[in-house]
Design a protein around this ligand. Structure first.
Ligand code: PBE
Length: 575
């Protein structure tokens, strides 16, 4: 049956476009609000040396959940600090606290409303089901467009993902209040707000708190996902570890998340009936915590002023000292970090995320002619779509022109000689690759774009397949990272292999796994090794276990890129 596809995706696209434009002012208000709140919390949490916060948290955990857990808190947080994850931990705590704040602010009133009004409940319940089951990744996409790359889209996505239990449990808690108590309070002629605040809410508190506890745990579970769009913290450490297959770092950062989870869980679970309530009343403890927060905040506002002034550059001020990066494991990111050291860009941060998020951010800034600084590489379609320039790199940190190499697993030559020959002979020019990239960036399916290029370049393809024996439906597994360059090349070579009798399976992975996969033979080949500089580290660690078939493309370039309207020319101008 040949029915036209319902353009649901297109509709959502145009809806999101429309929202992005129409509510731009509102979104930038929220971005600033959330960012501001987050900064305050980070400042407050890091007001003294780590041990201050460790002691405060330990006392709080001990007070709510008995002294052994207090000691556990001290030991575990000292370990986190010792391993070097303290700053990340603060970031993660702050992200969870901000999401938690908004969850409480909105979740409880909505829950109450649901409990009081059947219609509202009937409308809200399916929405909550939808929010909880839609994969959380999906929220990240519009969030980047609305709130830009960084921590804010991560917080928004966590909020959407995590608010449901708070609403549901508030609703449930209130509905579970025994009927006779309600009748009694009605009989005494209490108004509905008296009934709510004096009877329903107090009785529902345990259930409500259980909901908040669950919501906060869910928000914490989102930190790794949020790091894909540039949220810093322990989640970013885990993501970086995956992307570079760094088992040790992954374990350390993961363990730190576990500690934070235990601490937050115990505090929120037991705060209603603290273990030592008889010794010190809850009111006193909460007041002390409140006073500490206020003192820390005041201390910050008075000491902060003069640290920022004097070091600023105009371009730094207007971009918030941010360089928008890509996947944490990319060679380009390692180069950018080295460049920041070489050029002494101490007060700048390199935002980790993904190539797609970086491009989204570029598009957004470009349409408003706002300054933006990104990590970039060529060939790339963005140079055709936007007026961009590389910043001069007088120190040569980004290396010179490079080649993209084809790497295959050992033994492929014997197992699939035809595929080996084609992979070996595969080579094209930047202009070829750009044609495929432009089509893909314009919305064409990568497979289709590859097919189109192949049809238009039969002579080139004939050279690749010359003398190659045809396959017999053997499976060839190709790996690649979702960089625009690699999406283009991998799809083209995949199609050519298919046309020559192979069954090709493509897997999209992170950088480290791409090299590791070819080296350990679990996949057959990749056409994405940028050498000699970009992927030097990966290549050095895996080269003895793989076969290098040489370059498939020459003349690539990496660097720091800005739109032409940005008034600087060299990386040195960022200082
Ligand atoms: N790149 C594109 C990759 C290689 C391909 C420059 C973003 C990297 O930095 O690892």
């Amino acid at each position: 049956m040949n029915m036209t596809k319902i353009p649901l995706g297109e509709w959502v696209d145009s809806l999101v476009d429309w929202i992005t434009v129409t509510f731009a002012a509102l979104f930038s208000f929220f971005t600033n609000l959330i960012d501001g709140l987050l900064n305050i919390i980070v400042d407050v949490l890091s007001v003294g040396p780590p041990i201050v916060l460790i002691i405060v948290l330990a006392l709080l955990v001990g007070y709510t959940s008995k002294w052994p857990l207090g000691i556990f808190t001290v030991v575990s947080l000292l370990l986190v600090d010792n391993l070097g994850y303290w700053d990340s931990t603060i970031q993660t705590l702050a992200i969870v606290l901000v999401s938690g704040f908004f969850i409480i602010l909105l979740g409880i009133p909505i829950g109450i409303w649901c409990a009081q009004n059947k219609t509202v409940q009937n409308i809200v319940t399916p929405i909550l089901d939808f929010m909880q089951t839609m994969p959380a990744f999906v929220y990240l996409i519009p969030s980047i467009l609305f709130f830009g790359i960084g921590v804010v889209p991560g917080i928004v996505a966590s909020f959407i993902f995590a608010i449901a239990p708070a609403i549901r449990m508030t609703n449930l808690g209130i509905q579970e209040v025994p009927k006779d108590l309600i009748e009694a309070s009605d009989a005494f002629g209490s108004t509905s707000s008296q009934k709510l605040f004096k009877v329903q809410l107090p009785l529902a508190t345990p259930t409500i708190l259980a909901g908040i506890n669950q919501s906060i745990m869910l928000a914490l579970s989102m930190v790794v996902t949020a790091s894909l769009v540039g949220a810093p913290g322990l989640g970013a450490d885990v993501y970086r570890a995956v992307s570079q297959i760094n088992v040790g770092q992954g374990f350390e950062a993961g363990l730190s998340i576990v500690f934070i989870a235990i601490i937050l869980d115990r505090i929120t679970q037991n705060i209603r009936k603290p273990a030592y309530e008889k010794l010190v009343s809850r009111k006193i403890v909460l007041s002390i915590v409140g006073i500490l927060i206020v003192v820390a905040a005041l201390f910050n506002t008075f000491t902060k002023e003069d640290t920022i002034k004097g070091t600023g550059s105009a371009i730094g001020e207007s971009t918030n000292y941010k360089i928008i990066g890509i996947e944490p494991g990319a060679g380009l990111m390692a180069q950018a970090k080295t460049a920041m050291k070489d050029y002494k860009l101490d007060n700048w941060t390199l935002v980790e995320g993904s190539s797609a998020a970086m491009v989204a951010e570029l598009k957004k800034a470009y349409s408003k002619k706002e300054p933006i600084i990104i990590t970039g590489w060529s060939p790339h379609w963005m140079f055709a779509s936007f007026d961009l320039k590389y910043l001069d790199d007088p120190n040569g940190t980004f290396g010179g022109a490079e080649e993209i190499n084809t790497l295959v697993r050992k033994g492929l030559k014997e197992d699939a000689p035809g595929a080996y020959t084609i992979l070996d002979q595969f080579s094209w020019d930047t202009s070829d690759m750009e044609k495929v990239m432009v089509d893909v960036s314009g919305g064409m399916d990568p497979k289709e774009a590859a097919d189109k290029w192949i049809k238009a370049n039969t002579d080139k393809v004939a050279k690749w397949t010359k003398g190659a024996q045809a396959g017999n439906g053997e499976e060839i597994k190709l790996v690649y990272v979702a960089w625009d360059t690699e999406i283009a090349s991998t799809n083209v070579i995949a199609k050519v292999l298919e046309q020559n009798g192979y069954k090709v399976k493509l897997s999209q992975v992170e950088v480290g796994p791409m090299f590791a996969g070819v080296a350990n033979g679990s996949v057959d080949a990749m056409v994405a090794a940028w050498l000699p500089s970009t992927h030097k580290d990966y290549y050095e660690s895996y080269k003895k276990d793989l076969v290098n078939l040489g370059p498939n493309l020459k003349g690539t370039k990496n660097g720091i890129v800005v739109p032409k309207y940005v008034d600087i020319d060299s990386i040195e101008d960022l200082k």
